[in-house]
Design a protein around this ligand. Structure first.
Ligand SMILES: Cc1ncc(COP(=O)(O)O)c(C=O)c1O
Length: 381
């Protein structure tokens, strides 16, 4: 299906329009700062920190980055792990979780997931780490479903395994209740808090965030108080700064956050209800808390039902996506990783399908998708 032929797209981002961004663009016109930790970026970090602060009494730090992939790589590089450390990562996640580990100089150990939450758990991580000798875990809040930072913090303090959370798609649901567990978010256009491209790392560790900030600016030291010349390179970083233009969009997105949540909920809730009503047990859902600002709608069905649904949708020009597939370990053999057995992830992936979802979906479109799913379920019953 090419773009013109699609009747119901997989997703349509909801970003602030140009009028909503305008006041921030005017600030750029007068500051004449376009990047390099400008005033909009600083103000954005403060606004975000205040938001996260509502969910914990520990003080938190927010460092913006150019995207979550860079945020993950720089956060992993800041954990003080020896080069080529093994890092556990769940099989069911976006490839950026994998590439960030490798680009940070480490070796991914691809692990299985929980059959109900579809997420890696501290128990699975601990088992895989003790078998493989891993020193860290990149846990993933897949499909926007938040992780319990307390239980990951318990794992970290009881085993010494360093834990980082990839919550790229979980802004608004994933909070940072444990100050010792850094969490990375995306502000990609497809995410609920969107800047076009962007990301942030949130943690309770001021030094860690300062290090990530320095790495996002090539690794150049900007701190006069560390006994190292300002302007000199003290670590090898990257250019992962959020530009002032992206910060402008992020501010406007934050201004509209409540509306963003409402519009997503207004589509998601009745859509899911209709699917449940039409298909009952034939559809399985990710267990967990309701996601605050859903960006995707993903269900599990029998493999034959999924295949049938894909044919029906192809015919009716309804876009679908096998999210996070291939699983990480099913990518090229040339990518260096340690593959653990992952029967649960494979069973889940065999019937997982992303249906169209966006805040713009009409009830007629929802009805069309639900009818297609029902057709596929009935045909393969
Ligand atoms: C789980 C996960 N990690 C990382 C990323 C990468 O985020 P970004 O596009 O901001 O680099 C994504 C993007 O969707 C994701 O879903």
């Amino acid at each position: 299906m090419n773009q013109q032929q699609i009747a119901i797209p997989l997703l349509t981002p909801l970003l602030p329009d140009r009028m909503a961004i305008m006041p921030y663009l005017e600030q750029i016109d007068s500051s004449r700062q376009y990047s390099n930790f400008g005033p909009l970026n600083t103000a954005l970090e403060s606004r975000l920190a205040a938001l996260f602060q509502q969910h914990t009494s520990h003080s938190l730090h927010v460092t913006t980055v150019s995207n979550a992939t860079q945020g993950l790589e720089l956060a992993l590089s800041s954990l003080g792990l020896p080069p080529k450390s093994k890092v556990v990562v769940p099989a069911l996640t976006f490839v950026a979780s994998l590439t960030a580990i490798i680009r940070a100089g480490h070796i991914p150990v691809v692990a299985d997931i929980d059959p109900n939450s579809w997420l890696i758990t501290p128990e699975v991580a601990m088992e895989v780490a003790s078998k493989s000798g891993a020193q860290a875990v990149l846990a993933v809040a897949a499909f926007g479903q938040p992780l319990d930072t307390h239980s990951w913090s318990d794992l970290q303090s009881s085993t010494g395994l360093r834990v980082l959370i990839d919550a790229a798609g979980a802004f608004g649901s994933q909070w940072v209740e444990s100050p010792d567990i850094p969490v990375v978010y995306s502000m990609h256009a497809t995410k609920a808090l969107a800047a076009g491209e962007g990301g942030m790392v949130v943690s309770g560790d001021a030094d860690l965030n300062a290090h990530i900030k320095q790495l996002s600016n090539f690794g150049i030291n900007l701190d006069a108080n560390v006994g190292f010349p300002v302007g000199h390179l003290s670590f090898v970083g990257s250019n992962a700064k959020l530009s002032e233009y992206h910060a402008a969009v992020a501010h406007a997105s934050l201004d509209q956050w409540d509306m963003q949540v409402q519009r997503r909920q207004d589509v998601y809730r009745p859509y899911r209800q209709s699917l449940e009503l039409a298909c009952g047990d034939a559809l399985q859902w990710q267990a967990g808390v309701p996601v605050t600002a859903p960006t995707m709608l993903c269900v599990r069905m029998k493999a034959e039902a999924r295949q049938c649904l894909e044919r029906v949708c192809q015919h009716q020009k309804i876009a679908t996506r096998r999210w996070y597939q291939p699983l990480l370990h099913q990518n090229s053999d040339f990518i260096q990783m340690i593959r653990q057995v992952t029967p649960v992830a494979e069973a889940i992936a065999s019937g997982l399908i992303g249906l169209p979802f966006s805040p713009y979906m009409t009830s007629a479109e929802i009805d069309r998708v639900v009818a297609a799913v029902r057709l596929a379920v009935d045909a393969t019953d």
